[in-house]
Design a protein around this ligand. Structure first.
Ligand SMILES: NC(=O)C1=CN([C@@H]2O[C@H](COP(=O)(O)OP(=O)(O)OC[C@H]3O[C@@H](n4cnc5c(N)ncnc54)[C@H](O)[C@@H]3O)[C@@H](O)[C@H]2O)C=CC1
Ligand SMILES: O=C(O)[C@@H]1CCC=N1
Length: 280
C-alpha cells in the first residue's frame, strides 16, 4: 500500500524527525520517497538531509502534484496558515495527515477542499526507536486503502490503535504526552541515585532497565499491573514502604491529574482554534 508513495512532512521538528527515523529504520519507506519542509530554518533542513538522506525543500518549492501523503507536523498555532496554504494546491486523491494535538478531522475538513481525505494521528517520540503507541482516526471522505497505507506507515513506528475521534484527547494525554511522564519519573529516580553517590551512567542504565523490564512484564506476561505490583511487594518489606510513601505523597493522584490536564489541554487547543466544543 505504501509502495511508491511520496510522503511530505510539513514541519521539521522533533516529531517529524522521530517519524522519519522510524520509517527509514523499518525499511518501509525509502529516504528518496520522503520530502521535508519547514517554515524557514534551512539549517534544520540541511541537518535532516545529512542525517537521513531525505529530500528537503523550501515550502514554495514543494512538488505538490508528486506527493501522495502530506504529514502536517508543525505546532497547532500554525495550523490555520498551513491549511490555508495547502487548500488550493491539492487534488482529492491526496491525503492530509495531521499529528497536531487538538486538531480534529472536522477542523481539517473544514479548512481544506470539500471531499479532501484527512487522517488525524497521535504518535509519540518513541517513533524514533519504532516503539510509539500511535492512534489513528480518519475523516469522512478517506478511502479505506489510504487508511491502510497510513496504518502501514505508522506501523513502522510502533503499535497503531484505530480509535474513535472522541478518545483522541484522552489518548493524547496518556500516550502522546506519556513518554514525558516516564522521563520525569526517571529524572527523579536518577537524581536520588546521584544524591547518594552513584555514577550518572550507572544509575541511568539501572533506571532505564527497571522501567523497560516493568513494561515488558506487562506486555509479555498478560498480567495486570496491580498483580505485578503485588508480586514485587513482600509483607513489611522495602516495596511496601516505598508504595506507602507514594500514596502518602499522592503519587497516584498526581499521575491521574497529569493525564487529565494534558487531555483537557488537547480539547482546549481545539476550542481555541474553533474546531471542537470544550465540554469538560
Ligand atoms: N513532540 C511530541 O512528542 C509530539 C508532538 N506532536 C505534535 O507534533 C507537532 C510538532 O511538534 P514538535 O515536532 O515537537 O514541534 P517543533 O517545534 O519541534 O517543530 C515544529 C516544526 O514546524 C515548522 N513549522 C511551523 N509552522 C510551519 C508552517 N506553517 N509550515 C511549515 N513548517 C512549519 C517549524 O519550522 C518546525 O520545524 C505539534 O503539533 C504537536 O502537537 C504529536 C505527538 C507527539
Ligand atoms: O506537548 C504537546 O503538545 C505534544 C502533543 C503530545 C506530545 N507533545
Amino acid at each position: 500500500m505504501l509502495k511508491g508513495k511520496t510522503v511530505a512532512f510539513i514541519g521539521a521538528g522533533s516529531m517529524a524527525e522521530a517519524m522519519i527515523a522510524g520509517a527509514i529504520q523499518a525499511e518501509k519507506l525509502p529516504s528518496n520517497q520522503i520530502i521535508v519542509t519547514n517554515n524557514s530554518n534551512n539549517d534544520r533542513l540541511q541537518e535532516l538531509a545529512n542525517k537521513y538522506e531525505v529530500r528537503t525543500l523550501q515550502k514554495e518549492l514543494l512538488p505538490y502534484k508528486e506527493i501522495d501523503l502530506f504529514i502536517l507536523a508543525m505546532k497547532p498555532k500554525g495550523a490555520r496558515e498551513a491549511f490555508r496554504s495547502l487548500k488550493d494546491k491539492l487534488n482529492l486523491n491526496q491525503v492530509v495527515i495531521s499529528v497536531l494535538a487538538g486538531i480534529t478531522t472536522t477542523f481539517m475538513e473544514d479548512h481544506l477542499q470539500e471531499g479532501q481525505q484527512v487522517i488525524r494521528v497521535m504518535p509519540n517520540t518513541s517513533s524514533m526507536v519504532q516503539q510509539s503507541a500511535t492512534a489513528l482516526t480518519s475523516g469522512q471522505h478517506t478511502k479505506p486503502e489510504n487508511i491502510e497505507a497510513v496504518k502501514e506507515l505508522l506501523q513502522c513506528l510502533g503499535k497503531v490503535f484505530v480509535i474513535e475521534e472522541e478518545q483522541m484527547d484522552l489518548f493524547t494525554g496518556i500516550a502522546g504526552s506519556g513518554p514525558a511522564y516516564f522521563y520525569y519519573l526517571m529524572e527523579h529516580m536518577e537524581s536520588v541515585g546521584l544524591q547518594y553517590g552513584m555514577p550518572k551512567e550507572l544509575i541511568r542504565e539501572i533506571v532505564s532497565q527497571t522501567v523497560y523490564g516493568a513494561a515488558k512484564m506487562v506486555m509479555e506476561k498478560g498480567t495486570s499491573p496491580t498483580i505485578l505490583k503485588e508480586n514485587v511487594t513482600s509483607p513489611n518489606g522495602t516495596t511496601a514502604s516505598g508504595l506507602k510513601a507514594l500514596a502518602d505523597y499522592n503519587g497516584g493522584e498526581a499521575i491521574s491529574q497529569a493525564i487529565k490536564h494534558a487531555a483537557s489541554r488537547s480539547k482546549q487547543i481545539s476550542a481555541e482554534l474553533g474546531g471542537a466544543k470544550l465540554n469538560s
